[in-house]
Design a protein around this ligand. Structure first.
Ligand code: ZN
Length: 184
């Protein structure tokens, strides 16, 4: 990767040997290794390692999970907030695992739509709840810095599974709970 970045710097018209750029290929390679580490992680294992039997059968919501990802079309960041809810079915998962699952999919080359459904699907498959809802609100640097240059645009995507898809009151409760709150 370092050799590629050195070439990229040349193609941009810069001198890869000048002081400020000399170590850039090494730094970029390290950064991309970090930003794409999700490929090496198994989200299902993270979930199944932290399942607990519990009678609780009301909605569990983890909201405002911040994430940073890379759009696969431009390799530019998109970032924002992810809200994840599920309705248990005899099992709950350690709460800290939900943001970790978001991260596993964010740290890959992504499109927001796919990331949203991947999070929902892995929860359905490995936690086997009565339902899952995922909403992502994000800003895309490929829209903000180039192309249409619309700086304040927020893109929202949602994936609803099970009860959240079939049961209107459940869905409405979720939508109500993820509305922006002023005092938290
Ligand atoms: Zn893009």
């Amino acid at each position: 990767m370092e050799a590629l970045v050195r070439n990229l710097i040349k193609e941009i018209g810069e001198n890869p040997e000048r002081e400020g750029l000399k170590k850039t290929p090494e730094r970029v390679a390290k950064a991309y290794d970090h930003l794409t580490r999700g490929y090496k992680q198994d989200p299902c294992k993270i979930l199944t390692d932290a399942l607990f039997t519990e009678e609780y059968d009301e909605m569990v919501l983890v909201r405002d999970i911040e994430f940073y990802s890379l759009c696969e079309h431009h390799l530019l960041p998109f970032y924002g907030k992810c809200h994840v809810a599920y309705m248990p079915n005899g099992k709950v998962v350690g709460l800290s695992k939900i943001p970790r699952i978001v991260d596993v999919f964010a740290r890959r080359l992504q499109v927001q739509e796919r990331m949203t459904s991947q999070i929902a699907d892995v929860l359905m498959e490995c936690l086997v709840p009565q339902g899952v809802a995922v909403v992502i609100e994000a800003r895309h640097l490929c829209m903000m810095m180039r192309g249409i240059e619309k700086q304040s645009t927020v893109v929202s995507t949602s994936a609803l599974r099970g009860l959240f898809k079939d049961n209107l009151p459940t869905r409405e409760e979720f939508m109500q709970l993820i509305k922006p709150q002023r005092f938290v």
